[in-house]
Design a protein around this ligand. Sequence first.
Ligand code: SMN
Ligand code: MG
Length: 375
Amino acid sequence: MDKNAQVKGMRFESLTFRGIRARPVVLKLERPVVARIATITDWPLILIDLYTDEGIVGRSYLEPYTTKSMKYLIPALQDFGEMLKGHPIRPFELYNLARKSLHFVGYQGMSMIAVAGLDMAAWDALAKAAGMPLCVLLGGSVGSVKAYNSNGLWLNAPEAVAAEALELREEGGFTGLKLRLGRDKMQDDLRTMEAVRNAVGDDMSLMTDFNQGLHLGEALQRCHAIDDLGLEWIEEPIVYDNLDGYAQLAAELKTPIQIGENFYGPRDLYTALQKKACDFVMPDFMRIGGVTGWLKAAAIAGTAGIPMSTHLYPEVAAHVMRVTDTAHWLEWQDWADPVLQKPYEVRNGRLHIPDVPGIGLDWDEGAVKANLANL
Ligand code: SMN
Ligand code: MG
């Protein structure tokens, strides 16, 4: 098929914003999140369609963790829809306009999450209109990205977690898995790690994530206790904004400290690096500011020589990782797969970008209808 068929007779630079549809969906998680700070059985998604006068539809989704938050995020997206009507689809400009429109509300939190959803859909629309996969529009090439499987390994019993590790490895020939830590007793974490290591062998990269569950004293003790296990990284042992605490942990530990899923915008990444609060970074797309925020953040991490991994949103993540200087690991989670017409393919531990215009997100309307949330 002629990939440019849909853009014949149109200049992609003149694509025009018409409006936004944002729909709330809630999906049951196959393996519920059981973390130190929360249990999540139902996973909310906001599906965004960005309409243009030319008929191209840009798509993105947001994963805002709680169903209730969709009640206030969706109106913010609809407000952007009205405000930006008639504006050319130029993602950097839309990003700035949307950010500034919320200046008095504040730049972080919900404001940034709404802007990120808009931004990713705008980039998708532009790449579709250009007839190119997003990674190509950004100056890169279509290909695969090294990924670890983050679909499970929550705070369950050691034997159950070890058995699940084998299952997760087989979901795509993975060479990396993420294990959640922060059980009431440190010994139970240690037992679980031993069971997983015995099951998957020495060649598997093991990432660990405390989900901010420890105070600094506990973190010092628990991170030192696992510091000789050859882990890929220790993620978020303490509350995300205690950068002084992170600087102390990063200085004391041999294992790299990983943070970033709670950076709101590129400046948070810059501040963390200034404070030497971590060794690795892993921004989340809804908090860093979508593709535009990622590109700005990747320039900072790249300049500083800090390895950069992704958090959630594996489809858009794969595209930007192809143009990220210090690209490290992509976090694979298949949680949006049930509403996608064509979920991305994972093989040999790598996520494969489809050679189609845009990001490659099309909704399975039957599944969307069946899972629409009543807010
Ligand atoms: C995480 C992701 C999604 C829900 C809860 C926790 C986690 C991660 O912090 O890094 O995957
Ligand atoms: Mg995490």
